[in-house]
Structures are given as C-alpha cells and as structure tokens.
Design a protein around this ligand. Structure first.
Ligand SMILES: *Cc1c(COP(=O)(O)O)cnc(C)c1O
Length: 391
C-alpha cells in the first residue's frame, strides 16, 4: 500500500503551544505544578461548572465518574454499543454491567425511547428485565443505577428525553462527551447534562493535550473524591504516603496541561475551522449521492465536528472501498466497531451478531474520512474524488 498522502487526523498546533510546553521544561515542575490548575480553571469557566478535574486520559476520567457514582459489582448501567470501547470498559473495571440499548439510525446516539423502555423494565426486574439483559453475566435482580450516553462524533445525545428517564428512575447520568467538546444541545453545552461529563484530548480530538482528559461537574463531594482518586487516593490533608482511598495515578502532567491551556484559548477558532472542513465535505460529496453524509439534528444547536463519518449504501462492501481508497493514498477507517461484538464482550456476556441491528448496520457501513482543522479544500476534493473512484 502506498504512503497516505493525507493524514487521517492531525493536531492543530502553533508556536503558542510549543512555547508554553517549552516553558514548563525550564521549570522543575513537570507534574503537580501551576499549569494543571490553570487548565482546569479555563475548562470550568468555559463549561460554566464548579469543578474541572484533569486526568491523563478520557478513559481515566470516565472511570473516576464510575467510582464517584458508586457503581460496583453487578450494578447495571444503560449505555450504547455504538461507541469507542472505553465507555463500556470503565464499567467493567468495577465489575458493573453495561446494559446496551440500540441507537438512533440517523445520529448513532443512544435511542431515547428504547432507553426509557429499558429503564422501566429493568426497574421492574424479572422477566421484564431479562429482555434487555445479556445472555449471561448479569442478574435480573441487580439494581439499575446509571445512564451513560455518548455524544457520538460530536453530536449531543437527546438529553430532554434521556434526563427525564434518569429523573423518573433515579439514575446517575455520566455523560461521555469525549467526542463533543463545544457542541450544544438546544443551546446548552455537551458535557453539562449529566451529574458528570468527560472530555478527552488524544491528538485526534478537537483540542489535544497529547494524552489527557477532564471531568466537569457541579458536585462538590464527587469532585473532592475524584481529585483524591486520581492522585493515588490521597484525601485532602493526606501526606505523600497516606492513601485514604484505593486510588490511581491518573494525574495530567504539566507539559500536557500547558498544551491544553493554550489549546483552550483557541477552541472556538478550532471548532470553526473544523466546521469549514465539514462544509467542504458536504459540498464535494454532492456529486456522490449514494454516499450518506452525516446528519445534524435541529436540536444540535452547535456541532463539534470530531470525525467525518459517511456511510456506504447497504450491500456495498465498505472494507473493499477502504482498501481501494488506500491504494489511492487516502486513509479511511471503519467507525465504530460495535462494542458488544468485541471478543471479550462476547465471551463474558454471550452477545451474538443481530443483538443490536442498528449499531451493527452503522458499524458495517460507516467510514471515517480524513478530517482535521488543518485540511485544505483541495485535500477534501482529493478525498472525495478518490472515494468516487473507489465505489
Ligand atoms: C476518545 C474517546 C474516549 C477517551 O479516550 P482516551 O483515549 O482514553 O482519551 C472515550 N470515549 C469516547 C467515545 C471517545 O471517543
């Protein structure tokens, strides 16, 4: 396969980021210095929340939310099988059980009507609950405690309905906004709908810290606990070798925090640049009507473009299209692979193909095209031309 002439994704960095990282290297404070509280303050101000807790990955952030929510062995959480693996893995870390409901075929976000039905049945228990539970690995008397929606590809889930379900059944909402920083649903920022929200900063995300993530919340008690857990379980007042809780090293280092702090000042600009690239795709894909473009719902008052995922028509071999794009020097990726069909999920819960048909259909037809804020219109046109030839 030839070298790809356009990268799949790319961070958008300036000398401001490079200078900030370099400045950290001129200090002795490479961790637990002044940069991470600055980054956290910038995020708390942006999101309009009381607390932002930086961590060294989005996954770590989600895991701390699961701990703060008190989810433990056997507890059930409603979530989506159409996501990046981490949103379910964090439940398994605590031996809690993800209970999947299928997704909306337009957005790929958790189907709010199915979530409402599942919540009601799972609270009822017994035969009603079994309809939603995996073939094995979950008990029909286990409590349903949480709802974990994912804002897929940068488009917020349907929060009016989801929050009503959560209220009706007393579920803690953990919002995986790792793909959606800056997006709004009916004017309100993604990440601020749940008790906790998480953003992630891997280099393909809208802003990056290299590796990193952050939790946003208004919950004082949870914030204190999360700050302790990320720092090896040290509660306020603990010395370096006192550990009140079973904790982790989930701290964000100072180089990453400095990078994130500068990226935050550019967030609006970066999102606007990504919107411009998405608009170019929409225009240049007009000549390929058989390709399904991403659809943005009216409730999505601002899209935060994370990836640009199109769908090939039913019956077209998506993987063959990806291979042919590759021989033309254009990378493309299947996106997402359904979580319930990953080998260890099948082994643990007995899932089978056909269990979540919409997720599987989107998983079979979805294809992420190269996307970043620094793409040019010529590159977008190049990708679309190669796609036309590859169909
Ligand atoms: C990126 C992402 C995460 C977190 O990923 P990390 O690599 O751990 O930062 C979690 N959930 C979703 C849906 C993501 O896209």
């Amino acid at each position: 396969m030839p070298e790809h002439r356009i990268p799949m994704s790319s961070p958008d960095l300036t000398d401001a980021e490079r200078d900030a990282v370099l400045a950290v290297l001129h200090t002795p404070h490479l961790s637990l210095g002044p940069e991470y509280p600055r980054f956290e303050q910038a995020m708390a101000d942006y999101a309009g929340v009381k607390h932002a807790i930086s961590v060294n990955s989005g996954t770590a952030g989600l895991h701390l939310c699961v701990r703060a929510a008190g989810l433990t062995t056997g507890d059930l959480t409603l979530t989506t099988p159409f996501s990046f693996m981490a949103s379910s893995n964090v439940l398994l870390y605590e031996n809690a059980v993800p209970v999947f409901v299928d997704v909306d075929p337009v957005t790929g976000n958790i189907d709010p009507a199915l979530a409402a039905e599942a919540a009601r049945d799972l609270k009822t228990g017994g035969a009603a609950a079994r309809r939603w539970l995996p073939r094995r690995g979950a008990s029909d008397t286990a409590p349903l405690k949480a709802l974990l929606p994912v804002d897929v590809f940068g488009q917020p889930a349907e929060y009016d309905s989801l929050l009503e379900t959560a209220r009706a059944h007393d579920l803690t909402v953990i919002e995986d906004s790792c793909e959606a920083i800056g997006a709004t649903y009916k004017g309100k920022l993604a990440g601020t709908f749940g008790r906790y929200g998480v953003f992630a900063f891997y280099p393909n995300k809208q802003i990056t810290t290299a590796e990193g993530g952050i939790i946003v919340t208004d919950d004082d008690e949870a914030a204190t606990l999360m700050r302790a857990l990320r720092n090896q379980g040290r509660a306020p007042g603990d010395t370096w070798l006192q550990h009140t809780y079973l904790g982790y090293n989930y701290r964000l280092d100072e180089l990453s925090a400095a990078l994130g702090r500068v990226q935050m000042t550019r967030l609006d600009d970066l999102l606007a640049k990504r919107q411009r690239v998405a608009n170019w795709y929409a225009t240049h894909l007009e000549g390929l009507p058989e390709i399904e473009q991403p659809k943005i719902l009216p409730a999505t008052t601002k899209m935060s473009w994370f990836v640009y995922v199109v769908r090939v028509p039913a019956g077209v071999d998506r993987d063959a299209v990806i291979d042919r794009l590759g021989t033309r020097g254009i990378p493309a990726r299947p996106y997402f692979a359904p979580i319930h069909l990953q080998p260890f999920m099948v082994e643990r819960f007995g899932y089978q193909p056909g269990d979540f048909p919409i997720t599987e259909d989107l998983g079979a037809r979805g294809m992420a095209l190269p996307f970043s804020s620094i793409m040019t219109e010529d590159q977008v046109a190049d990708v679309c031309a190669a796609l036309g030839e590859s169909l």
